[in-house]
Design a protein around this ligand. Structure first.
Ligand code: NDP
Ligand code: MG
Length: 384
């Protein structure tokens, strides 16, 4: 029996993690449930899973939760919430955005297994986060593309010398076939309507701009230690192949399953084994078509920007990630248009204050400065 801390338990990744626990209650025990402010769902989850601790990032919501649950169950916030990860064997980081960094940090410092969905903490922290693996912790990717590569490498992050490249697949998002002129007019609802995956709002918008794919390229670089020259992206609208590994002899291995995040989450929970319950079975021999296209860099310039930012290294990915979070937040609030997400991020990169953070505090400071700079750019756009 493994104990789990489900950080971001009320979100898309968190809820699917709890589904896996429901399916195999003999293998997992939930010891921590944490979210931002969704009191109602956290209460329901606490009553069902009986964790040792529940946490809310928002202090007002945490107080409300304490009043509702009474003294029986410990309710934490602030640093105690972050520290609660130490109660578990496996920490699922399903928090949205850079706020997940402290959870990633504390988990790795404690030498625990980190089931990482929260790509923003790895992209923001980069080498500083990877260096924390010295403490004996384990980093298992949950992002479906990286989970596919992890499986193709035999449930490992180590690439063989015969690797030619990693090929990351992209669904193309909701605007894959939208004409350039019409992209000017897309709404928040249009951007949230992902064709193959059902996810939280931030990553759904990232998928519509293809910044998600850009972030994933940087994520793959850190996770597998592969140079950017050996990472490619191909659009594969059916989302059945979740990524591929190509070898120097020309052979390509691909991982296929239906788009169901419970499979990559389960791999991180059962590693080095596999879930006894199927998730996303293909249902052969049902006919299926696999198609591939190149990314249209004219309509989706974010991918090339992310490659350039990744290659620049140092604090550049952290800066871009922060700028993107600010821009996506402004778009979701209706303050800027969809096209202005890219315009905001690229303009923020022009104002990048070069630097290489040496520890987590410096990463957080760099992220903070990028947010200040980007918020000014958003204001300029919003008032234009
Ligand atoms: P959601 O928006 O659905 O959920 C986010 C979760 O994080 C909620 O539980 C939210 O709580 C919680 N949260 C937000 N801020 C904090 C904080 N400061 N402290 C603690 N908890 C917080 O997002 P997703 O589940 O879609 O995505 C989560 C992460 O997983 C992202 O990094 C995303 O990129 C990644 N990912 C997601 C995939 C998916 O299929 N959904 C696929 C691949 C990666 P509350 O409900 O209270 O606001
Ligand atoms: Mg992904």
């Amino acid at each position: 029996m493994k104990s789990l801390a489900v950080m971001g338990s009320t979100g898309s990744i968190g809820r699917q993690t709890l589904d896996l626990v429901r399916q195999d209650p003999a293998s997992f025990e939930v010891v921590v449930l944490a979210a931002h402010s969704n009191v109602e769902l956290l209460v329901a989850q606490a009553l069902e899973f009986h964790p040792q601790v529940v946490g809310l990032y928002d202090e007002v919501a945490a107080k409300e939760l304490r009043d509702l649950l009474g003294p029986e169950l410990e309710v934490v916030t602030g640093d105690e919430l972050i520290a609660s990860v130490a109660l578990a064997d496996i920490v699922v980081n399903g928090v949205m955005g850079f706020a997940g960094l402290r959870i990633t940090e504390r988990t790795l410092r404690a030498g625990l297994r980190l089931a990482l969905a929260n790509k923003e903490s790895l992209i923001g922290g980069g080498e500083v986060v990877m260096a924390l693996l010295d403490k004996g912790g384990e980093l298992i990717p949950v992002d479906s593309e990286h989970s596919a590569i992890f499986q193709l490498l035999g449930q490992s992050r180590e690439v063989p010398p015969s690797l030619a490249r990693l090929v990351i697949t992209a669904s193309g998002g909701p605007f894959r076939t939208t004409e350039a002129a019409k992209l000017e007019l897309v709404t928040v609802d249009d951007a949230l309507a992902h064709p193959t995956w059902s996810m939280g709002p931030k990553i759904s918008v990232d998928s519509s701009t293809l910044f998600n794919k850009g972030l994933e390229v940087i994520e793959a670089h850190y996770l597998f230690g592969v140079p950017y020259e050996q990472i490619s992206v191909v659009v594969h609208p059916e989302s059945l192949i979740h990524s591929m590994v190509e070898f120097v002899d020309g052979s390509t291995l691909a991982q296929l399953s239906m788009p169901d995040m419970r499979l990559p989450i389960s791999l991180a929970l059962y590693h080095p084994g596999r879930s006894p319950v199927p998730h996303g079975t293909m249902g052969w021999p049902t006919a299926a078509t696999l198609t591939f296209e190149e990314v249209d860099s004219g309509r989706f310039p974010s991918l090339a920007l992310a490659f350039a930012v990744g290659k620049a290294g140092g604090g550049a990915p952290c800066w871009m990630n922060a700028a993107n979070e600010v821009a996506v937040g402004a778009f979701l609030e209706g303050r800027i248009g969809w096209r202005q997400i890219f315009a905001t991020v690229s303009s923020a990169m022009e104002r990048y204050e070069t630097g290489s953070p040496l520890d987590i505090d410096e990463v957080i400071e760099l992220d903070r400065r990028a947010r200040v700079v980007t918020s000014r750019i958003v204001q300029e756009f919003a008032h234009a």
